[in-house]
Design a protein around this ligand. Structure first.
Ligand code: ZN
Ligand code: ZN
Length: 329
């Protein structure tokens, strides 16, 4: 079958790999669409994936093409979205219900072959059936949405919070849509990219600007979310948290990124700094929210490109043009 392959650091090609064969409790999914995200850029630069080559793609949905000998829950032809999480269920963190921090953390499309291919292998336990009205191609958005749902689990949101989001790429926009659902008193979005900010405005923000200085809120925000991973944004955001507020590190930084904190202010103003990593017990809820129309796929997916264009799609994503890019094998 045809697949995108991260061959070595910086080198991505589209080529032939062996067809997947399901184990007893696996299914083979014929991929309808696979989304690209910042994690794929990290994999390209040699981070996250412990070994290369790897077939990337952890955001995908498709139609079941084959099932293992012990699979009874789904059948060939069923349409599913796939939770890429491969927690070990044995380590200390898994046993404590914190599988996203698994000591043997693994994920489809990161540590094992993923959905940027014609076919992908997945445990049946990771497959969530799609209702009739959800288009299979659009369901590639469920995985990033499940990361955003996890972010709100960490935040323990209270009604009536003032929220500031850095970044209006796909993840920032998902955090925006969910902030509105959690009853935020206001949601402001900042981004240096005017095109992206325009989409945030279209979805509905309280205020938006290139930076928080242009927003009139000297007392700060109850919840500040970084959805950029960018050091300057994070540094700025840490200083925008109101008393008793929370800063959520949601964007993925480079390993080497460093910012400074103000311990006296954290103490004196009881500020919380926390993080949210990938998916945790949030995939099915994201699928429910998605089926309920929490976001408009035609706004979120800006480009649907052929699998052959995967390397160029990654370049386009890295350049910040567009929103969610999916490849359609
Ligand atoms: Zn992703
Ligand atoms: Zn584990």
């Amino acid at each position: 079958m045809k697949a995108a392959i991260v061959e070595s650091v910086g080198k991505v090609v589209v080529g032939e790999v062996p067809d997947p064969t399901p184990g007893p409790r696996d299914v083979v999914v014929e991929v309808a669409a696979c989304g690209l995200c910042g994690t794929d850029l990290h994999i390209r630069q040699g981070e996250f994936a412990p070994t290369l080559p790897v077939v990337p793609g952890h955001e995908f949905a498709g139609t079941i093409a084959a099932v293992g000998s012990a699979v009874t829950e789904v059948r060939t032809g069923d349409r599913v979205a796939v939770d890429p999480s491969l927690h070990c269920h044995e380590c200390r963190y898994c046993r404590a219900g914190r599988g996203n921090l698994c000591e043997r953390w693994a994920a489809i499309g990161v540590t094992t072959a993923g959905g940027a291919a014609q076919y992908a292998l997945a445990p049946v336990a990771n497959c969530v059936p799609l209702p009739d009205h959800v288009r299979t191609q659009d369901a590639a958005l469920i995985e990033p949405l499940s990361c955003a749902v996890r972010g709100y689990d960490v935040l323990n949101s209270r009604l009536g919070s003032h929220v500031l989001i850095y970044g209006s790429g796909t993840m920032g926009l998902m955090m925006l849509e969910l902030a509105k659902r959690t009853g935020a008193a206001s949601v402001d979005v900042v981004d240096l990219n005017p095109d992206r900010l325009e989409t945030a405005r279209r979805l509905g923000v309280s205020a938006s600007a290139a930076g928080p200085d242009e927003l009139d809120r000297p007392q700060g925000w109850d919840v500040v979310v970084d959805a950029t991973g960018n050091a300057a944004a994070i540094q700025d955001g840490l200083g925008r948290v109101a008393k008793a507020g929370t800063f959520l590190q949601f964007g993925v930084s480079d390993y080497a990124t460093r910012v400074t904190i103000d311990p006296y202010r954290i103490y004196n103003q009881e500020i919380t700094i926390t993080g949210s990593m990938a998916v945790l017990h949030s995939y099915e809820r994201a699928a429910e929210l998605f089926a309920g129309g929490v976001l408009d796929p035609d706004v979120f997916i800006s480009d649907r490109l052929p699998l052959d264009a995967y390397p160029q799609a990654l370049d386009q994503f890295a350049s910040g043009v567009g929103r969610k890019i999916v490849v359609v094998p």
